[in-house]
Design a protein around this ligand. Structure first.
Ligand code: CP3
Length: 354
């Protein structure tokens, strides 16, 4: 039993008004984040418990969000396996691309636990701070024991996109070409990522994460047979592995832009919650997935950026559309860096209005 609203919703209980947190809630739109950003590069920030703990808590202090998502990145996993990774300003992530068996064989999945140990340390600290009433007051966190700590990973296909392409892209043409032209090689990469991701998420739960989310941001690039093979099946295996070791810990799946395929994704992966992108028609999805599956989403990040009456109206529409269902209010994708922090405050207030 738990009193945390987010965990209650993830276990299938409708709550009114719905709990709220935002993807990319810790980030460049916050002045206190930009101040810390100058101190260390991105990978150092992710792997230094003092810094990662502080950044994770920044949006909790400001907005008393119902969820605190670990400050880290989906590309920590390939980096921990030895793939070179840098984050370049105005460009994004840059990796040494994986294009053949020899590249794949250089990866060292057995190193992940050791390299990610500082991240597990961050998770342990966060959980203690969020749940300890004494620390809550001194940290300005407000509501003791009300915030759920969320761990996460990228799903195998989305992480493979960056690993093969060597960075971001609109189409991920090299990755998707490899999946067609060299299916055995691509399957090997997906299998390796499936196992490493399941293990890392189990480690996050052992360290103190109370729920975990799988980000499949590029799932919508795939036609149905490839969606089945590279999105649904690997995510199913990851959920199974988490259930085997940690029954009762909810898993949120985000097969972004999956369209109608989210019905099968939810049924086959058996995720506890389905995160919905901005393009999803809420009534339609509510009819496609069982009422015990929590739905998360799906305000347009640009509506949040724009703010004003339109923001309050749109937040109200989404909240009302899912009334009576287990619903976690969130965006359909991450907070944009140009978003005024006051707009986030206005959104939280609108969603929490009785
Ligand atoms: O949500 C959170 O606040 C938790 C932390 C988090 C980050 N990235 C921090 C980050 C999470 C959950 C992610 C997920 C992530 N990372 C995804 C999936 C979600 C999505 O947005 O589709 C993807 C595809 C990535 C890969 C990635 N990381 C890209 C493409 C970039 C560059 C673009 C950008 O936003 O800067 C990153 C860098 C990154 N990840 C930053 C942050 C705060 C910016 C780094 C900086 O401070 O410069």
């Amino acid at each position: 039993m738990t009193d945390k609203p987010l965990l209650r919703v993830l276990s299938g209980e409708p709550i009114w008004p719905p709990p709220i947190w935002l993807m990319r809630q810790a980030g460049r739109y916050l002045p206190e984040f930009r101040a810390l950003r100058a101190q260390a590069d991105f990978l150092t920030r992710c792997t230094t418990p003092d810094i990662a703990t502080e950044i994770t808590l920044q949006p909790i202090r400001r907005y008393a969000m119902d969820g605190a998502i670990l400050f880290s990145d989906i590309l920590i996993l390939p980096w921990a396996m030895g793939q070179s990774l840098r984050f370049v300003d105005q460009v994004g992530p840059v990796l040494e691309p994986i294009r053949c068996y020899a590249d794949l064989q250089r990866l060292r999945p057995e190193r992940v636990a050791e390299v990610t140990a500082p991240i597990m340390e961050t998770i342990g600290r966060l959980r203690r701070l969020l749940d300890a009433p004494a620390d809550q007051a001194s940290l300005g966190l407000g509501r003791a024991g009300a915030t759920t700590l969320i761990g996460f990973a990228g799903s195998p296909f989305t992480v493979a996109c960056y690993m093969v392409e060597g960075g971001g892209s609109k189409e991920f043409a090299a990755t998707r070409t490899m999946a067609y032209a060299e299916p055995a090689l691509f399957d090997r990469l997906i299998d390796l990522l499936t196992q490493a991701t399941a293990r890392m998420l189990c480690d996050q739960i052992t360290a103190g994460a109370e729920a975990v989310m799988l980000f499949d941001s590029w799932a919508g690039l795939l036609p149905p047979p490839q969606f089945e093979r590279h999105v649904i099946q690997p995510n199913r295996l990851i959920v199974e592995e988490i259930r085997r070791h940690h029954p009762g810990v909810p898993v949120v799946g985000f097969p972004r832009l999956g369209g109608w395929l989210v019905e099968r994704y939810a049924a086959v992966t058996a995720v506890d919650a389905l995160a919905l992108d901005t393009a999803t028609e809420l009534d339609v999805v509510a009819g496609l997935v069982p009422p015990t599956v929590a739905l998360q989403g799906n305000l347009d990040p640009l509506c949040l950026l724009a703010g004003g009456d339109g923001l309050v109206r749109e937040a109200g529409r989404i909240r009302d559309a899912l009334r009576g269902r287990p619903h976690v209010f969130n965006l359909g994708h991450g907070v944009l860096p140009q978003t005024p922090p006051e707009h986030v405050a206005a959104l939280v207030e609108a969603v929490r209005r009785p």
